[in-house]
Design a binder for this molecule. Structure first.
Ligand code: CTP
Length: 461
């Protein structure tokens, strides 16, 4: 997945004044590294900021810092053991109560166990049992931090929506200097505050605050018989990234998806399989949506009849009669209510720009996001994408190859002025965006190397 919940840059996002920490239940996980002593200060700062802090220490952490210290400073006694306490299932109880699970320092072992799903102690069991956002703050020696196994585990966690606050460079244990030092406590507190503001509210200052966004993702599967289906290569990564960015920017997001990829915290997920199921799910929700992004690759045809039992080779090559599915986006275009913004995606292999421009007109949408899936690193299943966003009126924004998350940001960038009403009369021909210029004063695009450029050309025809 394209890094759906990794941080959109320190400067991005909502307030970090700490207001979101007030009243938040923070499970503070401390694992066994020399930086464990810094977690004492972190605990105190969080409590001072008004959070209800519940410390969990690994047994190695207790070799560096005492349980009693945390118990004295935190809102509840520190816990170490999974067994022996008041609750027979402390991990699920803590996991459910948490507004945020914050691991600082996170050692290679805890990161690895969490990534592998091995609940080796109360801390990892709690991580596996929670649906709250999780922020990990790794700290270890440079060699360990840079080891491919650790980096892979961190990437896996990021892909699952875990926030990672990368370690800083500086003095490490034993006199060494390098990358791996726990992030500054003030930075950790600010990041915890930012995540809580994103996931817990109030979220009135974000670009999509108060907006309802409906996103589709993945390729539909049209059954032939109980064991076979017609489908396409869409992975759902781009649509999931759009949903993740939209929720981070304050929207109430529903994701209608065929993909088993995890969705970002806070996104309502509706799982579907066929084009008909997707049509039902989308059309009944679209009326209340301010923005609909159809990133799904919806089958245009389905088998007219689905065999009740498995088709067998000995019966000869089957003749499968296909019938059309509903064109959901075109239907949305017909039903569109005033002010609603519709975005389509067009994955093409030839005449990309002409086809996308034609689809924008035919389906009566505001933006059509075109990509050439035959190009290197673009489209289905890749972690990266490169698109051209067609606007009504003929201008288009070229978004160069970059992560799907950054492409999702570029799409939302293009949507924001439409939602705010500034361009409801459609972009004037004079529209010009300066490459790399911030799109909104309140937040910063996280993709400095992949700045989008807008051209004011008529679409190719
Ligand atoms: N779409 C849809 N319902 C369908 C087919 C497509 O809502 N039955 C949407 C897709 O989600 C996408 C846009 O229409 O946002 C363009 O999809 P695409 O498959 O590129 O276009 P089609 O109209 O299906 O044309 P073709 O497959 O012939 O290129």
């Amino acid at each position: 997945m394209s890094d759906p919940r990794s941080r959109p840059g320190r400067t991005a996002g909502p307030e970090t004044s700490g207001a979101s920490l007030v009243g938040a239940t923070v499970v503070l996980g401390v694992s066994g590294g020399i930086a464990a002593y810094k977690a004492v200060e972190l605990c105190r700062r969080l409590v001072d900021a008004g959070s209800h802090v519940v410390p969990i220490l690994t047994s190695s952490a207790t070799r560096f810092v005492g349980e009693a210290t945390f118990s004295a400073l935190a809102s509840e006694p520190a816990r170490v053991e999974i067994f022996g306490g008041e609750s027979p299932i402390p991990h699920t109880e803590l996991g459910r109560r948490a507004d945020l699970v914050l691991i600082a320092p996170a050692t290679a072992r805890v990161i690895g166990s969490y990534a592998a799903g091995i609940s080796s102690d109360l801390l990892v069991a709690t991580l596996l049992a929670t649906r709250a956002p999780v922020l990990i703050c790794p700290a270890m020696h440079s060699e360990m931090w840079e080891h491919p196994a650790v980096q892979d585990n961190v990437a896996t966690l990021r892909g699952r929506g875990v926030y990672v606050l990368e370690p800083e460079s500086g003095h490490l244990a034993g006199g060494d200097v390098g990358a791996g030092r726990l992030a500054e406590i003030a930075v950790i507190v600010a990041e915890a505050s930012r995540i809580l503001a994103l996931t817990r509210g109030p979220r009135t200052s974000l670009p999509l605050s108060g907006r309802r966004v409906l996103v589709t993702a993945g390729g539909t599967r049209e059954p032939i018989d109980p064991v076979r289906f017609l489908s396409n290569r869409s992975s759902g990564k781009q649509g999931h990234a759009v949903a993740a960015v939209a929720v981070e920017l304050g929207a109430t997001v529903t994701l209608v998806t065929t993909s088993a990829l995890p969705a970002a915290v806070g996104v309502e997920v509706v799982e579907v399989e066929t084009a008909a199921e997707m049509a039902d799910a989308v059309l009944c929700r679209a009326a209340s949506a301010d923005l609909v992004v159809m990133a799904a690759a919806v089958a245009d045809y389905r088998p007219g009849e689905v065999a009740a039992t498995k088709l067998h080779k000995l019966d000869g090559a089957p003749l499968i009669h296909l019938v059309p599915t509903v064109d959901i986006l075109a239907e949305l275009g017909r039903r569109r209510r005033p002010g609603q913004v519709l975005v389509g995606f067009a994955a093409e292999t030839d005449a990309v720009l002409e086809r996308a421009a034609a689809k924008l007109e035919a389906k009566d949408v505001d933006l059509m996001v075109a990509n050439d899936v035959a190009a290197e690193g673009v489209g289905f299943a890749h972690e990266t994408n490169a698109v051209t966003i067609f606007h009504r009126g003929g201008s288009r924004t070229v978004v160069p190859l970059q992560s799907k998350r950054a492409v999702a940001h570029a799409v939302i960038d293009a949507v924001l002025p439409l939602l705010s009403g500034a361009e409801l009369a459609w972009p004037p021909a004079s529209r010009v965006e300066v490459p790399g210029a911030p799109q909104e004063a309140s937040w910063t695009s996280p993709s400095p190397k992949g700045a989008a450029t807008t051209e004011n050309e008529e679409p190719d025809s």
